[in-house]
Design a protein around this ligand. Sequence first.
Ligand SMILES: *Cc1c(COP(=O)(O)O)cnc(C)c1O
Length: 387
Amino acid sequence: MSTEQQAGYFGEFGGSQVPPSLQNVLDILEENFNRFKDDEDFKNELDYYFREYVGRQSPLYFAENLTNRLGGAKIYLKREDLNHTGSHKINNVLGQILLAKRMGAKRIIAETGAGQHGVATATVCAMFNMECVIYMGAEDIKRQALNVFRIELLGAKVVSVTEGQGRLKEAVDAAFADLVENYENSFYLLGSAVGPHPFPTMVKHFQSVISRESRAQILQKEGKLPTAVIACVGGGSNAIGSFAEYIADEDVRLIGVEPDQAPSLTEGTPGDLHGFRCLVLQDEAGNPQPTYSIAAGLDYPGAGPEHSQLKVSGRGEYVTISNEEVLDAFMTLSKEEGIIPALESSHAVAYALKFVPTLSKEDIVIVNISGRGDKDVEQVYDMLAKR
Ligand SMILES: *Cc1c(COP(=O)(O)O)cnc(C)c1O
């Protein structure tokens, strides 16, 4: 189920505003995605790697201690943190690299901001023996030295982008420029449910495995659908994957959680960003506004087109959480359940901590734990020292 009306459009959002040279390449990509996504061999191969390489399916864990402590709805955690490489990102990169192989690509290009998508992409490129080039802003390279090293360990090349502010936006531009030049042998593996069509539709398709599993799991465990599904939103890929199979179930509330210093969906207005239309934080001239998040994966001034439409139509609910609440949630889940969540995922947990006590014991809430917190432990240590 989708809110997609004509290909690539979710209400007024989405589409593809790119130069003709890039549009040609995106058309070829769309054609191949449509050709292979439902192909039996393709699906079997993806299932094989989901199971044998990623470790799917991920558990839907009943958080009994947290449930008892909060005294409201029953809380279930969808454990994407247990995936190989520690987050949901692997679902998308596997799907796209299998498509790239079908299309005959020999070389994978990707952008990365904090480095996590770069690591995920370099991982599957190592496994499939593909050349891999990761574009990364020069500023981000300085701040994320350890992820740069991880990418290099995995055999990929990091290209420093010095244009503009040397951050994610410039890295995306550089990756698209490379694609236009080299599309005959290269595939651009994009990291979230953003960008021009067909990327948001494709990324959602591969991340929907999250809700396909969680829906079957909750029906098996509880015999009914959840009251609400809660996920954090950066670009929106783990959230749209967690929501996808519930969009048609009008009674299931879909709640996306943003940092209060990057509230694209909560406070953004319609605008154009990186070649597509979405709710975006912008100034009066239409320039994207600077955002900040203690969770690097949520530091983005826009969000995917389908989330923008879910927000405008009222089908989705979007809320914000403060840094203090995120830190508390990070510690609460660690202490109560022995699960250290990523700072990104801690946003979803933080909202659950406030929301669950307002519900009854008959209610069920699924919280998507998009990733594990090992990568954030040092940062939390420093933040607590300053508190
Ligand atoms: C990258 C990342 C996110 C944010 O990306 P989305 O596309 O919004 O899902 C959230 N959680 C974790 C653990 C991440 O690594």
